[in-house]
Design a protein around this ligand. Structure first.
Ligand code: AGP
Length: 608
């Protein structure tokens, strides 16, 4: 979603702003802009539609020299993708960039008849509101604080004015902002990745905080402008992690690095010899773990599917615990009831997803403990949960989530193992889970290596289709859902995931020679039943690709079969998913799509 960068220091602001915006490109955007103040405090603003390269062309014709400025990548919410709707917005002496949504902007706009609006955005309304209070002796910070007290909605903002040319005023409610403290410079960004390489020392703004930032000082306040003590923290990660590392796309890099990132997820958490598992961050005593009767898992998109898969395993290995998996955007508005002894797992790669965060708060209010399964260190969800674990997958830049999914599932499986132990679950099963988790990075490496060329070839064969169904039973069902999501996100092929047993209840009506079906089939107790679904599809002219761990001795008739060789009994679905990831990637490449930044999508969905 939208990205924000601000700079005040001794260097040319334009360079830092553009570099920062490029680091935030992965979040998804459709226009970009910067505004700066030159040495004589004259404002300059440049905006353009499309990629940052377009903005660079504008700036190449007329470079900005100033040492203070703000920049923004916009993902359209209010108003179309036009230069006028791009940020920064100006009202009088106020220049503003904004992430989030001002819900009461129409009401506020009606009161601002003096301002001639040039855009359709809620942000220009906020700029005009700030300007309306920026009169007489009021400072920019006074005006910002006053305006924000009237606003309903979410925001992360940076404002500046030629009247106070040495400062940026920054404020946050519901949309992240991080203030990086450098030597003789202050850099602000909506995402820590824009600060990497400049400073590791940063203040993560909390909701309701405002900061007046100069080159060498941060004055942190609440919205009543009372002083607050700032607690600088260290930014994790390094600039190398956000490079493509020789791959054509971040997505391929992130698929291929799963053995390493998963190793980081598991490191220090599994003891194969003892057959035990621990997640330190859960800070629950064995008694508290024993008392858990109900686990609700909350997420959106891929995070939801990771939760769904984990729930199958929790049910299998933990006696007497009920598991419920919910879509955050629905759950937050449902009249849900949490039985006594419930805990919630809040699953989010970015740690900023608005709906997931809202659920966290609702659940907390109802008195249940909330635990985060989060990738981005220091993100809002990670800061608001009662405990939990980072999944340590490292920065995930491509919009389509791959390595984070695998690490989320693995982290929740460790939680399942801990829970099972506390609830007197079968020791052998827990030990088997520990052994398979420990071996998972190597099994994934083997699968990726042997199957990447096969999936590439298959992608060439199926890339021209317009429709696909993904099917699976049991633990392969959430994998089918995830496979369909991945394909549609980056290839734009219409793809739906279904439980194989649901075919006859509707989707089979779609099957003809224009569709292809991806069957995830596990050997084991439901093998025959899965084959039944496959035969039904083939009998109706559907083209079928089968992804399976079944050996050659188990006869399967399909158009294409990809068999993986593994001794796993529990975690095969995760291996099958890596095949789906490769397939979606190669199909998207074959169709000539923007793989890392697919149309209309954003990496971190910070608005409802
Ligand atoms: C995954 O490929 C998607 N882009 C999307 O579904 C994503 O998983 C979802 O928006 C949740 O994001 P989060 O994990 O950052 O909360």
């Amino acid at each position: 979603m939208c990205g924000i960068v601000g700079y005040v220091g001794k260097k040319t602001a334009q360079d830092i702003l553009i570099n920062g915006l490029k680091r935030l490109e992965y979040r998804g955007y459709d226009s970009a802009g910067i505004a700066t103040l030159d040495e004589d405090a004259n404002p300059h603003c440049a905006r353009s539609v499309g990629k940052i390269a377009e903005l660079e062309k504008v700036l190449a014709a007329k470079p900005h020299e100033g040492k203070i400025g703000i920049g923004h990548t916009r993902w359209a919410t209010h108003g179309g993708v036009t230069v006028n709707n791009a940020h920064p917005h100006r009202a009088g002496d106020v220049f503003l960039v904004h992430n989030g949504i001002i819900e009461n902007y129409k009401e506020l706009k009606a009161k601002l008849s003096d301002h001639e609006f040039k855009s359709d955005t809620d942000t220009e309304v906020l700029a005009a509101l700030i300007d309306s209070y920026y009169k007489g002796k009021a400072t920019l910070a006074d005006a910002v604080a006053k305006a924000l007290s009237e606003v309903r909605g979410t925001y992360g903002i940076i404002a500046f004015s030629p009247r106070e040319p040495e400062q940026l005023v920054v404020a946050r409610f519901g949309s992240p902002l991080i203030v990086g403290l450098g030597k003789d410079e202050t850099i602000i960004a909506s995402d820590a990745s824009a600060l990497l390489g400049y400073t590791r020392n940063a203040i993560y703004l909390n909701d309701g905080e405002l900061a007046i930032c100069t080159r060498d000082d941060i004055d942190l306040r609440n919205l009543k402008l009372e002083s607050i003590k700032a607690k600088p923290e260290e930014i994790q990660g390094d600039a190398e992690q956000i490079q493509k590392g020789g791959y054509d796309h971040f997505l391929l890099k992130e698929i291929m690095e799963q053995p390493t990132t998963l190793h980081n997820t598991l490191s220090g958490r599994i003891n194969v010899k003892q057959g035990t598992m621990r997640l330190g961050g859960f800070n629950l005593t064995p008694k508290e773990l024993r008392e858990i009767e109900h686990v609700v898992i909350v997420g959106c998109g891929t995070a939801y599917y990771a939760g769904l898969l984990a729930s199958y395993y929790i049910e299998q290995i933990v006696p007497d615990v009920t598991t419920e998996v919910v879509i955050a955007s629905e759950y937050r508005y449902r009249s849900f009831h949490l039985p006594k002894h419930s805990v919630a797992l809040i699953v989010s790669q970015s740690g900023e997803t608005a709906d997931t965060l809202a659920c966290l708060r609702e659940i907390k209010q109802r008195g249940a403990k909330v635990f985060g399964i989060v990738n981005v260190v220091g993100s809002t969800i990670a800061r608001e949960v009662d405990g939990g674990s980072y999944v340590y997958a490292g920065p995930e830049i491509s919009v389509a989530s791959t390595k984070a999914f695998t690490s989320q599932v693995a982290t929740m499986l460790i939680f399942a193992g801990m829970l099972s132990e506390a609830h007197g679950g079968n020791r052998e099963t827990i030990a088997k889970l520990a052994t398979e988790l420990d071996a998972l990075p190597d099994e994934i490496a083997k699968t990726l290596e042997t199957c990447a060329p096969i999936m590439k070839e298959l992608a060439g064969k199926y890339c021209k289709y317009d429709d696909a169904l993904y099917l699976g039973r049991d633990t392969a069902f959430p994998i089918a859902l995830e496979g369909a999501l991945k394909l549609k996100e980056i290839s734009y092929i219409h793809a739906e995931g279904y439980a194989t047993g649901e075919l006859k209840h509707g989707p089979i009506a779609l099957v003809d020679s224009t569709y292809f079906e991806v069957f995830n089939i596990l050997k084991g107790r439901l093998f025959e039943k899965s084959i039944g679904g496959l035969q039904e599809v083939r009998a109706r002219g559907g083209k079928a690709i089968v992804l399976t761990d079944a050996p050659e001795s188990l006869d399967i008739e399909a158009d294409d079969i990809v068999r993986i060789d593994t001794k796993f009994e529990l975690l095969t679905p995760i291996l099958l998913n890596t095949l789906q990831q490769l397939f979606a990637y190669y199909v998207a490449v074959a169709r000539g799509n923007d793989v890392d930044q697919p149309r209309n999508l954003a990496k971190s969905v910070t608005v409802e």
